[in-house]
Design a protein around this ligand. Structure first.
Ligand code: BMA
Length: 322
């Protein structure tokens, strides 16, 4: 596999004396409302290193309010240029395979190709997977999952010869339940050998439902998983995020799960917006020193950024494990 020249990730040092697992970028949000003449809101989006810069698949809503996925590019991870037309997915025969809506993409490189996993309209919300090598042609796998299902995150390599995905079975609406499941596949098409990995927590911040957030990151202590947790209040759902470590060889086993959230809506751009009180992580750039730039959707309105390091998160999870 050709080694990509890695761009420098966005970064701010940890504020002095700060003890938490994650700190926010001081100039958040990185994508504000109406970033261009077409798009009204860009959030819950995913970025990867690409050709010495960054490329991403962005959930964007135009003035119809319908979410679609757009390719966006950035040289610094802070400023973005979006394509003006949404990704037009094709099937394995090159025929159009566009659904009515697409949202909450995750993006990952595995064995030299890029995979987008998102929530697609297939008689309601269901996970879809597409492969691209050039960010021009996106080939959709033929409905790998039944409805209803959301929050698909792929592992960055095969484990014991199989691709592995986490997903969160749901209902067709604003689901008020949800646990994280794992499935395996030899070919990205047929998925099975499913296991339940994590159930919603008893801690208040993740008591209603949980869902995979960022593609798992390999560490010597296990797969680091950032996941969102939701609690129901008399004023609606609150989305926070936390972390867990999964067994390296069998990621259906939880090694440690942090009882505390890493980040919860506190800033104006998280507590006010189209859907207030949402911090929804969907991707992280990790550099060779283990520094992390975590992208999260804020209030279903903005894209925001937070920082940490792999070591800091692993330590925090272990020290605050239930
Ligand atoms: C979830 C998804 C996310 C959204 C979140 C909060 O069910 O639809 O796209 O960010 O709700 O509204």
């Amino acid at each position: 596999m050709k080694e990509e020249k890695m761009a420098s990730i966005p970064w701010e040092d940890c504020p002095e004396g700060f003890k938490g697992p994650v700190w926010r970028y001081s100039h958040n949000p990185v994508i504000a409302r109406n970033p261009n003449e077409k798009l009204a809101r860009v959030f819950n989006s995913a970025l990867v290193f690409y050709k010495g810069a960054f490329i991403g698949v962005f959930r964007a809503e135009d003035r119809s309010g319908i979410p679609h996925l757009y390719v966006g590019r950035s040289t610094d991870g802070l400023h973005f240029e979006f394509e003006m037309e949404p990704i037009k997915f094709v099937d394995e025969n090159g025929k159009p395979a566009q659904s009515n809506y697409q949202y909450d993409p995750r993006l990952i490189q595995i064995e030299g190709s890029y995979y987008v996993v998102w929530c697609d309209d297939f008689y309601g919300p269901a996970l879809a997977i597409a492969k691209t090598d050039d960010f021009k042609t996106f080939v959709k796998y033929d409905h790998p999952f039944l409805p209803f299902n959301r929050n698909g995150v792929l592992f960055p390599r095969k484990i014991n010869g199989e691709y592995v995905i986490l997903s969160r079975p749901s209902d067709s609406g604003h689901t008020n339940f949800g646990d994280i499941f794992l499935s395996k596949s030899k070919d990205m098409t047929y998925w099975g050998k499913s296991r339940r990995v994590m159930e919603r927590g008893w801690e208040w911040w993740n008591v209603t439902k949980i869902g995979g957030g960022v593609n798992p990151i390999e560490t010597k202590d296990g797969w680091l998983l950032l996941f969102h947790g939701v609690s129901g209040t008399c004023n609606g759902f609150v989305y926070s995020f936390g972390g867990a470590l999964l067994d390296l060889n069998d990621p259906s086993k939880v090694v440690a799960r942090c009882s505390e959230y890493f980040l919860t809506p506190e800033e104006d751009y998280e507590t006010r917006g189209f859907v207030p009180n949402v911090c929804f992580p969907t991707s992280a750039l990790v550099d060779k020193d283990g520094r992390m730039a975590i992208y999260y959707g804020a209030a279903d309105t903005y894209t925001a950024l937070a920082f940490s390091t792999v070591d800091r998160m692993v330590k925090y999870i272990k020290e605050h494990s239930r």
